[in-house]
Design a protein around this ligand. Structure first.
Ligand code: 13P
Length: 286
């Protein structure tokens, strides 16, 4: 098994950001930010987008090749976000992903446990980490929609104990995509869960959550925090400004460079909020 940088982050009181990618410029901007900040990073590819990204093997190899070409030195975990089935998680494991999430949150807990366990047994044989989810993250993102459903504490305990997964995402009021109104995280439940399970917790739907609440979540055991929307919004804004600023522009490089820099800038801000800057101490064996 690779060194568990997420466990290390939990013990050291910071979180490693997971940033989801939507193409090559995301890989470039995020890796640049992580290298500049000397931060370990988790690159997320959501299962719903795999076909658009070119398939498990293609996107995995592309991330690795890009990191090599950029001479990136920081530890990178390549993660399957919201794995839609046991089978898909196995594909990602076989392709060489470092970590997979099996999203059994819409299943009855017994079925969630059964399927997550199957993923864990398969993944652990190959040294791949597994994340599981209890409750439901709300909102809409990449074609995944859901109503907020707070995680049940006993279900969290059972999922962790029976599957031996590596990280747990207990849904506690966060949403994917843009928040309608103020985020309302269940910190009391968060405290209870972290006292009952010893694996690091994962916070989904972090875009739009205040720095104050993020720091509370990190103190309460969250060592992996997922971002997508915030990065996409900064990319879109810059792209729009560039195109509107010069109606005659058609050079892809001139159009894409500023928006890639916007990704980099937002990624650096996220890294600092998570406290993972200058935490490049963990050596990952490949
Ligand atoms: P945001 O939509 O809040 O960025 O959340 C991303 C996420 O949780 C991916 O799993």
């Amino acid at each position: 098994m690779k060194n568990n940088i997420i466990q290390y982050a939990k013990e050291s009181g910071f979180a490693i950001p997971q940033m989801n990618i939507n193409g090559l410029v995301w890989i470039e901007g995020i890796l640049k930010a992580a290298e500049n900040q000397q931060s370990p990073i988790i690159i997320g590819t959501t299962d719903k987008n795999i076909e658009y990204l070119g398939g498990y093997q293609f996107i995995l190899d592309t991330i690795k090749n890009k990191a090599k070409a950029m001479k990136v030195t920081i530890p990178i975990l390549i993660h399957l976000d919201h794995g839609l089935s046991v089978e898909n998680c196995k594909y990602a494991v076989d392709a060489g992903y470092d970590s997979v999430m099996f999203d059994g949150s819409s299943l009855p807990i017994e079925e969630n446990i059964k399927q997550t366990k199957e993923v864990v047994e398969y993944a652990h044989q190959k040294g791949v980490f597994v994340e599981g989810e209890v409750g439901a993250v709300g909102g809409e993102e990449d074609g995944l929609t859901g109503e907020v459903k707070y995680a049940d504490i006993d279900e969290c305990i059972d999922l962790v104990k029976e599957t031996e997964l590596d990280t747990l995402a207990p849904a506690l009021g966060s949403v994917h995509g843009k928040y309608q109104g103020e985020p309302d995280l269940g910190f009391e439940e968060m405290n209870m869960i972290r006292n009952k399970v010893d694996v690091p917790l994962v916070l989904h739907g972090a875009s739009g959550i205040s720095n104050f609440d993020l720091q509370r979540a990190i103190k309460l055991g969250h060592a992996k925090i997922n971002f997508n929307t915030e990065i996409n919004m900064s990319w879109t804004k810059q792209l729009r400004d560039t195109l509107e600023g010069d109606k005659d522009l058609f050079s892809p490089q001139k159009i894409l460079k500023p928006s890639t820099q916007a990704i980099e800038k937002t990624a650096e801000k996220i890294i600092k909020m998570c406290g993972s800057n200058n935490q490049n101490k963990v050596f990952i064996q490949n």
